[in-house]
Design a protein around this ligand. Sequence first.
Ligand code: FAD
Length: 534
Amino acid sequence: MKRWNGWGDVNYQYHLPETAKDFLQSKVSEGGAYADAALDNVLASVPESRIPTHPLVTTDPEERIRHARGQSLPDWVAMRSGKYHAFPDGVAYPTSRQEVADLLQYASDNRIKVIPYGGGSSVLGHVNPRPQDGPTLSIDMARMNRFLDFDSESRLATFEAGILGPELESLLNKRGYTLGHFPQSFEYSSLGGWLATRSCGQQCFYYGRIEELLAGGHIETLQGPMDLPPLPASAAGPDVRQLILGSEGRLGVITDAVLRVRPLPEYEKFAAVFFPDYEHGTRAVRALINAGVETSMLRISDAQETEVTLELAGKQDLVKIAKRLLSLFGMGKERCLVIYGITGDKRTARWIRRKAFQIFRSHGGFPVDFVIGETWKKTRFTYAYLRNTLWDMGYALDTLETAMPWEKVIPAQAAMKKAILDAGEAAGIHPLVFSHLSHHYRDGSAIYVTYLWPRSPEPDQILDAWNMMKTAASKTIVEFGGTISHQHGVGTDHLPYLVYEKSAIGMDWLGAVIEHADPDHILNPGKLLEHKEV
Ligand SMILES: Cc1cc2nc3c(=O)[nH]c(=O)nc-3n(C[C@H](O)[C@H](O)[C@H](O)COP(=O)(O)OP(=O)(O)OC[C@H]3O[C@@H](n4cnc5c(N)ncnc54)[C@H](O)[C@@H]3O)c2cc1C
């Protein structure tokens, strides 16, 4: 069963080694383990629903709590403190396109706001009802999770949009295929959510981003159904699929999608290399990309993240030995870790493996082959549970990310970390900040930063500190001309920064499309962009 106030399944615990506590204390001081709000108390605080009855809508208070928040830091503060500010007035679980259309009609007739809900893994406030919006309905797509069609000749698979990652992959795997879309939130994120937020999987280098995997689909809009046929390519003007991608529930409800799938790879392995420092590591990564060596995943951690990875890993005895060994080979405190994946047919995989080895060695790398890489693969989705464990130990954690051209990547990464550190200091906390480059492109890279700090018992103080750090980092991203999001989307939290990459005219055009599609501002208001008052 899914946790109501944190990440993932209630039955899974991410265990940290005993030494992790000392490590965290030495870096950011002791966290205070304060009690969470009890579900019963939150249930008692849910107000009367304001919407008329409908056969598809439940107003059960627990359902409303479970759909009130996503996974952002402010969402965690709300869930753990019980200070929610707003709940949806009802939740519906449609099972067909027609039921989605009926719900939109009901919402439109009764001036009820609608929030499409996939897995609720948004980290930017996407699924939260806003107090100022009045009656709100959450449309949870969980029961629209069927595998509708498979065209093996074109390798196109059609799924309903509420299907979650594991179910989608398992259905495809049974036929010998894969979508290859593996965000870290895979376990609890849905196809519709991936499309609506332009999500990016960990192996998008090989499989492609979700935008590249979408061939066609069906959307229920306030004006009626919209069919976008699967097309391999089209020069027939601007692509409406691109408007649906990243629409964050503002243009309609995606009910099903036709996806480009691939046969399961013949070979897949993840491996690791250590470098003496970040400079050597990043040069090696650039060299690999420039040489056209296409790994399926390639991630380089800075020295702080490498240390955190080692310190928070289980099996501390093995880690001790590994650290000693690394020191002997000149990989001291500044060492940094690269993890990479090789996916594909055996012949190409052999070539990639050989070339990667050569390039990494020629840049001073120390390959440790498959143990660390394969451990990363095994824990790549359970790592998300670490946040529950850290919170219980008294630490708050958030991440942010961007992408920008190569020439700016390294200085921007350093500046983002500094901005968070400085803002943290100004807020009276001393955050632990670490980072990696997560996705690489020929012309640039994505930067992913994690910051962790001892949380205060006062929810507002946690939010104030977070706000200062997040704002400082976001402004730094804008100063460097990066995107405000490489993969998480916009929601409410990134909304002020969107204009810098879209331009004022671009924002106007986007606003005009949304205004046309939804003149009464019914669909997920306040997300992606704020309507001008009408
Ligand atoms: C631990 C963790 C790790 C993460 N890792 C990654 C990662 O590696 N890569 C990545 O890209 N993101 C990641 N995310 C962010 C998040 O998982 C993605 O944004 C994901 O795509 C959201 O999918 P969801 O189904 O949970 O959508 P939700 O959170 O339910 O909704 C997100 C937005 O999509 C809209 N939406 C959902 N379904 C539909 C639909 N059928 N029709 C129309 N609109 C819809 C919602 O209205 C909302 O605006 C992570 C989040 C967490 C908590």
